[in-house]
Each structure stands twice: as C-alpha cells, then as structure tokens.
Design a protein around this ligand. Structure first.
Ligand SMILES: Cc1ncc(COP(=O)(O)O)c(C=O)c1O
Length: 503
C-alpha cells in the first residue's frame, strides 16, 4: 500500500488518515476519519478524479454521497472540512470542537498529503520518454541519450496533472481570465516573500508568455540600437541572440574561474561598463555554471548598476532549483534603490517542468517601469495559454512537496555526477552546481575533435549542449542535464567514459 508524506494526523477523538490506494488518472487519494477509541472508520472520502464521493459510517449504513461531475474533489473536500469541521465530526458520530489553530494545522497537513502522492524520480519508463513529442527526446535518433535542453524527465507533480486533466475533461480551453482577476500575481508575490525574502507588490506583477519574452520586451522598451548590454558569459545562449536581434552591443564580462568555481569579476565588470551601457542582464542562479551568487557579488553588481544608472533585468527562472547548501538572494531584495531599477523575471516552468505551457511572471521595480514595458501592446506580445496559467497556479499553490522530492533527487544526482567525473572522466574539469540540474563540464584539456559536443554525440551517443553556443568562454565545454533517473544518468556517463577510454 502506498502511503503518503504526512499520512496520519490526530485531531481530538479522531485520526485523519490519507492513503493513495487508487493512483492514476481516474483515481485519487482517500481520506479516512477513524475514531481513536475503537478504531472504527466513521467517514471515508474518495477524492477520485472521476466520481469523488463520501462514505458516511461505512461500517453501519454506508451512506454514499456523490459529488457533481466536473468538481475537483480535493478542492471540494478541503473547502467542506475547513468550512465546518465540527459539523462533519458530529455527523460522523465523533462530536468535537478542536482548537481552531490545531485544526487548521491538521488540515494543512492533510491537504499536502492528499495532493502529493509518493513519487519516485527514478521510476521513469523509457517508452514514455521516447513517446514524448517535445524536442528533448525527439531531436536525436533513438540510440542517443538526450541530456541536453533544460527540461526534466520526471512526470509533472500530481496537482498539475490533475488540474490539466480536469481542464481538458471539462472542455476548459477557452480564453482565460486575463489580465485580471488572476490569482497568479498574488501567488507569485507570496512565494517571493516566503521563499526568497523579496517584497513584491502584486500590482507590479505582470503575466507573460515566457521569461525570454520579458527579456526581449525589456530590451525593446529600454534601449536604443547600439546601446550596450552587460552579459556574464558563459551564458544561456538566447541572452546573446536577444542582444544581437535588437541591434545591441554585447558588453561581455566573463565569469572568472577560481579554485572553488566561477565568480563574478567585479573589476572586469566595472571596467567594461561604458557610458553607452544601459542594461545588466543577469541569469541568477546562473545557467550554465549553476552558480548561486553570494550577497557580496550581488551587492557589487548592484553598486555598479546604481552608479552607472543601468536597468537590471534579473532572470531568476532557476530560483526554485537551489540545491542543498545554497540560498538564492534576488538582487531586487538588496534595497529600495536596487529594487526600483530591477525587472525580475521568473516562472514555474523550470522547477515544475512545464516549459511548453508558456506562462511566466515579471515583477517591475516601479510603476514607471511597468508603464514603459506595457506600452508594447499585449496583442503584439501574444496572449497567455490557459493551461499554462492553470498549471502555474497548481504548482505554486500545491506542488512544493513534489519539488522538495525532486530537489533531493537532484542533490543526489549532482553528487553522483561530481564523483563520476572525478573518478571516471580523467581530464574533465567540473565545479558542482549550487542550483539547476546542469553540470558544466570543462573538456578543454582533452582536445576532443571536432568539439566535445560532437565527440560525445558521435562516439558515446549522448547528446549534451555544445558549450560554444554559450559565448567564447564556453568553447571546449559541454553542459549536461542530470534531471533524469539515476539509471539513465549512469548509462550516459558510462558511455562517455568508455568513449574517452577508447580514444
Ligand atoms: C536562464 C534561463 N532563462 C530563460 C529560459 C527559458 O525560459 P522561457 O521558456 O520561459 O523563455 C531558460 C531555459 O532553460 C533559462 O535557463
């Protein structure tokens, strides 16, 4: 029997028990209310996606109450219990009026457990992965293991899956409620405050189709052709193409490699920012190195931005993927002067593995910034995807237990990659990432021809991302995506080791 995370909570004369006995698209969790004195099951609610229903006192009359089709049974159940827990306990034959704080805590735990069945990131089915139509598993032939584009191989969190399934079942694919009212600005602001200590006013949050849209609109609205954009290479390649596409000068300030890893080179940054530089375009946490910038690095960058009057565009799409031992600090949280010049971009797409659904959030540092950004009409930017909005809401409201499980798996995979590279891939340099699921591998010493990317693709049948695309400092590197099962990751690394040994 699969038991959930927090599967039992005592409350007054009863115990609330969560069980995932009917997993799958039509099934769902069960909540039992059991009397402590005689262990009798007084109430049972089956939150099945198809046919949610109550059993009242099943050992006696077994009175069954069915929900209307189309309702989300877990939502219905939690509203019912939060609305009148004493009433439900009385109906079940265990009258009690629990302390409201204790009851609220118990119901929060029950809800987490109900919504998040146990999940094993190692239990991936190769047939399903190959059947996906996304680019990760489609671009290369079947004998290639794809560890390239930044999608994870794990199935989405159950709250997201249930939400999307229900939307399709209900025919809910019309225009979304947008721009307002939407719960997403408030949910984003709450998350920013709770997780990253960033004060965010929901009125300054705008929904976008994706994070790169935010980068492009910012470059369009806040620069003139020929202006400079500071970019810290190696970097997520669309940063470089975005600057080029808007006729901007890339002011390249490479990260400096020290014994412990890559760091912001503040002296270089200060020296390179000239009078025509307008924007500091930040990837924080940093793709591809996986760095989580320290407070002193962020303060140094913020100081330069304030001195030289730069707009900071801070792409924090990987902020929910910070691994054990690091803490993400949004640059906008450093103080009001920095916040006012920062456009923070984020989305649920990386951490919750829904990049194809197109929904992101922009947080403006000031009303003036918001107005200037929004002067590019929404129809030019394109509308939002109704499934993306729903999936993002489900992710931010309910899927953190899934994310915690994924991060634990990524922590372990990060350590596995680090020790494998050290022991089995001689000549490959590597600083384990502090965030993301990306390992940035330095193959320069090996002189692999025609490039490390081509070498591993041709000789190991493993598709990585070519470091060359990440700017000049990326030549001789590859980026490996370890968001997969241990079995696939091990197989890919073993193939790479064998190809190197056979040279
Ligand atoms: C740093 C960074 N920014 C943006 C993106 C893309 O985000 P979106 O699809 O929302 O534009 C990625 C995807 O990997 C990324 O790593």
């Amino acid at each position: 029997m699969a038991r959930s995370l927090a599967d039992e909570v005592r409350l007054g004369p009863v115990r609330l028990e969560v069980e995932h006995r009917m997993p799958g698209p039509e099934g769902g969790p069960t909540l039992r209310v059991r009397r402590l004195s005689d262990e009798r099951e007084l109430l049972r609610f089956d939150a099945f996606a198809e046919g949610g229903h109550w059993h009242l006192d099943p050992a006696g009359g077994d009175e069954i109450t069915r929900l209307e089709p189309g309702l989300e049974p877990i939502d219905w159940l939690m509203d019912a219990l939060r609305g009148d827990l004493p009433g439900w306990l009385a109906r079940a034959g265990a009258p009690a009026t629990p302390d409201p704080d204790e009851a609220a805590r118990a119901l929060d735990r029950v809800e987490r457990a109900l919504r998040n069945p146990p999940f094993d990131p190692d239990a991936l089915e190769p047939g399903r992965l190959r059947a996906r139509e996304g680019e990760k598993w489609q671009l290369y032939p079947d004998d290639v293991l794809p560890l390239w584009v930044a999608d994870m191989d794990f199935p989405q969190a159950e709250p997201i899956r249930r939400r999307l399934t229900r939307a399709v079942a209900n025919g809910d694919l019309g225009y979304p409620l947008h721009p307002l009212p939407s719960p997403l600005p408030g949910l984003f602001a709450e998350r920013a405050r709770r997780v990253w200590g960033l004060e965010a006013d929901p009125a300054r949050v705008e929904l976008l189709a994706d994070v790169m849209q935010g980068v492009h609109v910012a470059l369009m609205r806040f620069t003139q052709p020929g202006d400079g954009v500071v970019i810290q290479t190696p970097i997520y390649p669309p940063f470089l193409s975005a600057a080029r596409e808007h006729g901007l000068r890339v002011v390249e300030s490479p990260l400096r490699e020290g014994a412990e890893g890559f760091e912001v080179d503040l002296d270089d940054l200060r020296a390179k920012v000239d009078a025509g530089t307008r924007v500091l375009l930040l990837s924080a946490p940093h793709n591809p190195t996986g760095r989580v910038f320290r407070r002193d690095e962020l303060e140094g960058m913020a100081e330069i931005a304030c001195e030289r009057d730069l707009l900071i565009v801070s792409d924090e799409i990987h902020a929910d993927l910070v691994l054990a031992g690091a803490r993400h600090i949004p640059i906008a949280s450093l103080g009001p002067e920095v916040a006012a010049r920062t456009l923070t971009l984020n989305s649920a797409s990386k951490a919750f593995n829904i990049a194809g659904l197109r929904c992101a959030a922009a947080l403006f540092g000031s009303d003036a910034m918001r107005e200037r950004f929004q002067a590019l009409p929404r129809h030019v930017r394109g509308g939002l995807n109704t499934l993306g909005i729903q999936a993002t809401e489900a992710a931010w409201r309910h899927a953190d237990p899934w994310l915690e499980r994924v991060r634990a798996h990524l922590d372990a995979n990060r350590d596995f990659v680090a020790s494998f590279v050290r022991e089995e891939l001689p000549g490959v340099g590597h600083h384990p990432p502090e965030a993301t699921y990306l390992a940035w591998l330095d193959c320069r010493e090996l002189g692999l021809e025609p490039s490390p990317y081509r070498f591993f693709l041709d000789r190991a049948r493993v598709a990585l991302s070519d470091g060359r695309a990440f700017g000049p400092p990326g030549v001789g590197f590859v980026r490996l995506n370890f968001a997969t099962s241990r079995a696939i990751l091990r197989e890919a690394l073993e193939r790479m080791a064998k190809a190197l040994a056979a040279r």
